[in-house]
Design a protein around this ligand. Sequence first.
Ligand code: G6P
Length: 476
Amino acid sequence: MTESHTSNVERTEDPGRSQFVVVANRLPVKLADDGSWSLSPGGLVSAMLPVMRERTGAWVGWDGSAGGNDDRFEFEGIRLSTVAISQQEHDDYYSGACNETIWPLYHGSIEAAQFHRETWAAYRDVNRRFADAACAEVAEGGTVWVHDYQLQLVPQMIREQRPDAKIGYYLHIPFPPLELLARLPWRQQVLDGLLGADVVGVQTQADARNVLSGVRRFCKRDDVTFAADGGIVRSAQTTSVVKAFPISVDYAAIAAESATDDVDLGVKRLRNELGDPEVVLLGVDRLDYTKGIDLRLKAIRELLIERRLDPRKTAVVQVAVPSREDVLGYDEVRNRVEQLVGTINGDFGELGRPVVQYIHKSLPFSELLVLYRAADVLLVTPFQDGMNLVAKEYAASRVDERGALVLSEFAGAAEELTDSFLVNPYDTEGLKDQIEAAVAMEEDEEQRRMAAMRTQIESNDLAAWAKAFLALLAMA
Ligand code: G6P
């Protein structure tokens, strides 16, 4: 989510092997055309970077550039092993198979998923290269932890080459129900790929059930056992555990950074710059059609029209982090969002005082913290979302136990953050009612709900998530 330049990436020649290897499409840092490095976008990196800082190990992934060669670097004590991706592979594997086939399909097909044999061939080939790079990196008997929807075939590909390794897989986005998975021409390859792992982790219990139903329907396995929060899949050669591990944030680090005088001062300054409004509504999202940014702006517009929100006393801040700008569907959602921002400001803004402050860029985490602390209500309204770590970051940052969260029922975080104002984002009237209720909430109720959400996150933080996953994997 944040763009901060970093200079501590250094090339290394050391070909040594590691006991612990993370494999993800993106490395934690990305390389710009001018040769500078910055933190990579997205929830996966913001979660896995603190996990890796606590451990010694290697991270296999792409540096975000087109072309180049496989290379090795070191970043904050983490060994980086880059997998080069050509321009053609960027188009076919990354934009095509990953983000025009799997991403929309797994998010409920809100945008029509594309199915192309050529892009799937590129997906398979690039997955093979990631698997080879992981096998070259991992020491005898070591652990490989593969991440996310871009690399679903990798666990099985590693298993074939390295039966000595412990293999974990974690999916950061939702896993689709049978009716949607059934459309994927390569559904069986995907499931067989995942089942190469000893432990397949997903965000929610619904996701775990979906994986198991998919396996039962489309794979030939001796035995598929359902349990309360997951299940076990056995074949003659392998046993995989499928289980929900809801991902989280580094609660203590966020709370500590948020409790500083700098943040307090920043909050005062920001609210003042916004015209000292009574109510600050905030959205922070990658600019993605799954996030429901347009829906929430539509709801806000209607609340303003109906005078249920007073335009002179309300400020809306929407941070939209640029994302996948060459991929189908992203341009349209940007247009829809920007048109709504223009309409609201045209109808309700004053000179020098727009109602909606919209920025299309990523912000450093220190600035996001100020926004979180300044916001009376955070709006998280995705149509479908694996977890949504912004919701958890917001609650972790509210050391003052103030602020309200409006949260989509379709975000993984809704299973845990039941003290938020839960909404069905498709129900505009319901969404409006919940925004209004969150704004109008009494202070003691606000404190009770925020304290409950914070306790939930504190006792299920990022370290606990990684520990639980890796403990199960160690037993495999
Ligand atoms: C989500 C995905 C990640 C992905 C991130 C950013 O969080 O789960 O795997 O890295 O979005 O998207 P991008 O396409 O820029 O990597």
